[in-house]
Design a protein around this ligand. Sequence first.
Ligand code: TRP
Length: 465
Amino acid sequence: MGITFKPLSSRLVMEIDPWATEGVQNYKEICEKFGLETINPNELPSPTHLHRRGIIFAHRDLDNVLEARNAGRPFGVLSGLMPSGQIHLGHKMVIDQARWYQELGGDVTITVADLEAHATRGLSLEACRKYAIEEYVTNYAGMGLDPDKTSIYFQSERPIVQKLGFTLGKKTNLSEMEAIYGFSGDTTLAHVQSPLVQAGDIVHPQMDEYGGLRPIVVPVGIDQDPHMRLTRGMVSKTNWFNVNTNKSGGLTIGLSIQDNNTEVMGIREDGGVDNKQRTKVIDRVVGAINKAGFSQINSNPKHGKIDIKDASEKDRNELRYHLLGLERSLGGFGFMQPSSTYHQFAVGMTGGKMSSSQPETTMFLNDSMEAIEKKIKSSFSGGQATLEEHRKKGGNPDIDVAYQYLRYFFEDDDKELERIRNEYVSGELLTGEMKSICIEKASEWMKNHHELKDQNQHLVKKFLK
Ligand code: TRP
């Protein structure tokens, strides 16, 4: 398998085999191994080129978000970036996705993960701040986000994310952190805390002050999935009411007794069941189920279980929504498990991994046009060794950086991309020509981006409000 999660001193990295055909199988394997669902772009409203080309390839619970959108209910998107160096094309992909959700009606929250960068990249918080503003936020201003529906914040300056991380920390332990991240005895505690703060980032938009109960989707690279698994696990452990499938059909709601809800759930101090209080809470649950539109209800107060015969798997989100509302009114968090989508990574320009610490492997948004031209000219190519051979055998677009960058970033038109691909495969299009197309398209994109960026610098303050 071409992917392994391995703890590097600083953060999780992942090795992906970038060669497409094999890559595709790899990604399928990843989906199976980690229980991700594949994305069908035809089921999405106005899918972007990233969806259409299978670059965003998998998800968890995206349906929950799309259902909210279709029902005209609020939903949000949360994304985060470590401000640890120069902003590059890979970062832009995430913002493009946030903009897509925004165009579909979602609100956008973006985390500047300065605490994480401080904990894992050895940067001072001041240096992170400087990078964040000069590199990231100034460039975001050129990416078309609506400032009225976008909030960008620093982890170090939003105490709620730290507080939530701390509280959610009660739902995990060192063994789980070790199993998920490979942490060990010499891992610093700041590093151990950073995934908890990230969990705080991910759930806090659901707090009333930040927009309230609604699905939140987190678009990430597949390397961030461990954070999603940790967060989803912790969140589900905080839920007061679980929704389970019932073997004999229908769904079953179970009460989840926790430290902070024993009284509400009708548990006496001696551990026995307080029947009166138990009946009261079950009645409230039945009320919530009725509100969700179901009526064939059979409850067993003693066991804290409620069967709903007329509900099925497809009603799960709707039910959960009402139960989380009830949990909130009874004093719980009422957090929904976050949804997520996963994108593949563009290959680095030299044919290996893209890494911001090796400038020759990627394009920075603040690179000069000359630098970009040079990088594309010397990028790894899928062409043949000689002209003659190339004409005969054709090139391999799957490993050709110039082609891949058109596919990921610069050519929005599927037909045009297909044409370029076919001509390359047939040997009609030469490597140098492929690179020229890429240079031309990249220059166009960069020029446009820099213009938008310059025009919109006044938005930086608004984004950071
Ligand atoms: N860990 C992310 C990275 O390495 C940054 C991040 C922090 C993040 N909080 C987040 C990403 C919340 C998505 C959601 O870049």
